[in-house]
Design a protein. Sequence first.
Length: 263
Amino acid sequence: MTVTVGMFQGPEGLGPEPDVARNLAAIDAAATRAAAAGAQILVTPEMSVSGYDIGTAARDLARPRGGEYHAALAGIAGRHDIAVVAGYPELDDGTVFNAVTVVGPDGAELAHYRKTHLFGDLDRTMFAPGGELPVLFDLGGLRCGLLICYDVEFPEAVRAQADAGTDLLLIPTGLMEPFGRIAEQVVPVRAFESQLYIAYTNHCGRETSLEYCGLSTAAGPDGEVVARAGRDEELLVFTADPEALREARIANTYLRDRRTDLY
């Protein structure tokens, strides 16, 4: 069966002071619209609960896995009968991770992932790197995987998902200027070379020192862009089709033709 995915690019108007209540309200509103459009899952940007470029507030706002942020997201998922993918700073025994969680409509955690490739001082001064890849869960008959932002720029990370059987790769991101080429060029290539769907979901507008690119992108296993946002707040909806995956994997033999004896 197909899986319909909502991708929330936003919210606009992020400021230097993080506002968790405002961000959760924006996710709730996006879930309302995504569910109305038939989506079974909503993907939101990197650290969508807290904001991303928030400096030392990331530690102040860090919460344990399964805690109050999970409860808030479970309420949203339950109200709208939709799975929700959202990021936040995770606190674990005094260590903070850039994390993303997937909460099902019944409130259960479907998956949890910590960013493995940290980007510059923005990440490294605040977060420890995650140590698990790939992270997978099942939805509607498709195998889904998680990465965060910079992770997709490493082909090995996406290929690890493909080797694990991922059909639909969900990537919350905080892509900033001048790196729009990642959304426009790299994401479709990653989908093509590893034969899977990618939903790469970005912030928009300005937050503290960052001007976000927007350009949230959904790409199919044939490398074609199936949905792309502009620069402003937007909700994208697309459908991942297992038949398209099957056809693309017959036509493209990259995975079968690799010389894993050499590399």
